[in-house]
Design a protein around this ligand. Structure first.
Ligand code: ADE
Ligand code: ZN
Length: 334
């Protein structure tokens, strides 16, 4: 099973590029840019990655992101992620970035997008990974600030497929961001949103009904609402589930208690993703392996999870069919 999972052609639809910043690269960039860090070794930094919930993680994540300053930093960060993803047979990646985390520190929007974009082109050409970029508004800042960020993104519309909503969820329901998402939809952006990670199932409904979300990031707390479960199954709304993240951030006390298997067996379009792989102990393959072992997922379920990744992606129909065919051929041959 492990070999089967490692070689499986995969899509990754939920990865924050800032969350793929490994401690080694973090130290290297800190040195290159003269940014002070409060740890004296990679090991000490890695040992600080113990979280009590989403906010305790976000504090460390924002601290880490402060070493990203130049276009080259964003390029190096993104290329390192793509190389790792490629080694795990990720064939297509839809990558989140949080521009406000950088523009708030004085790093220009263009620097961020250009660095990431240049690496995505190299990833496509040299590693054969197709990709899309999704801008996330951070919900700990106001809708007004999100609107300003959307304005900044308009000149780069051709490089950004969609918008999402991330950061501290509790107390910040999707309804607070209705206007900025309406504007983003008018501008032709696809829409996703984090909901039902720490927040209640009602935030999932709000993301669908008020923001027009086409996919829900996490959504694992939907399991608490039978009516919502029926709707998600009927409408085949994709959930981008990140198993290791949910255990690290204590959404579930252990992997054995994770709702992923129940969501999948209820007919929901569940996918497996890494969220912030440098902080949560693994990339997409490790997420598949941890969920498979704890929940005893069989080959058919693993196949379905991988197929759902391609089905839920924002790629053109012909490309999607080619990936699904590649996946089916792999499963038939292994
Ligand atoms: N930003 C980075 N990772 C996140 C997560 N798991 N939830 C919300 N915002 C995030
Ligand atoms: Zn996330």
């Amino acid at each position: 099973m492990e070999k089967f999972i490692r070689g499986l052609p995969k899509a990754e639809l939920h990865v924050h590029i800032e969350g793929s910043l490994e401690p080694e690269l973090l130290f290297q960039l800190a040195r290159r840019n003269g940014v002070p860090i409060r740890f004296d070794s990679v090991r000490a930094l890695r040992e600080s990655y113990r979280f009590t919930g989403l906010q305790s993680f976000l504090d460390i994540y924002h601290e880490g992101a402060a070493v990203l300053i130049t276009e080259r930093d964003f390029y190096d960060l993104t290329l390192a992620y793509l190389e790792k993803a490629g080694s795990q047979n990720v064939r297509h990646a839809e990558i989140f970035f949080d521009p406000q985390t950088h523009t708030d520190r004085g790093v220009p929007f263009e620097t961020v997008v250009s660095g990431i974009h240049r690496a995505l082109e190299v990833g496509n050409r040299k590693l054969g990974i197709t990709s899309k970029l999704i801008l996330c508004f951070v919900r700990h800042l106001s809708e007004q600030r999100a609107m300003e960020t959307l304005e900044q993104a308009l000149p780069f519309k051709h490089r950004i497929v969609g918008v999402g909503l991330d950061s501290s969820e509790l107390g910040r329901p999707p309804e607070q961001f209705v206007n900025v998402f309406a504007r983003a939809r008018e501008e032709g952006f696809r829409v996703v949103a984090h909901a039902g990670e720490e927040g209640p199932p009602d935030y999932v409904s709000q993301a669908l009904d008020l923001l027009g979300a086409e996919r829900i990031d996490h959504g694992v707390r939907a399991i608490e609402d039978p009516e919502l479960m029926k709707r998600l199954a009927k409408e085949q709304i994709p959930l981008t589930v990140c198993p290791l993240s949910n255990v690290k951030l204590r959404v579930f006390a252990s992997m054995a208690e994770h709702s992923l298997g129940r969501l999948l067996d209820a007919g929901l379009r569940v996918t497996i993703n890494s969220d912030d792989p440098a902080y949560f102990g693994g990339y997409v393959t490790e997420n598949y392996l941890a969920a498979q072992r704890a929940l005893d997922l069989d080959r058919d379920r693993i196949h379905r999870l991988a197929a759902n990744g391609f089905r839920a992606s924002f790629i053109a129909e012909a490309e999607r069919n080619a990936f699904l065919e590649e996946l089916d051929d792999y499963v038939a041959a292994h």
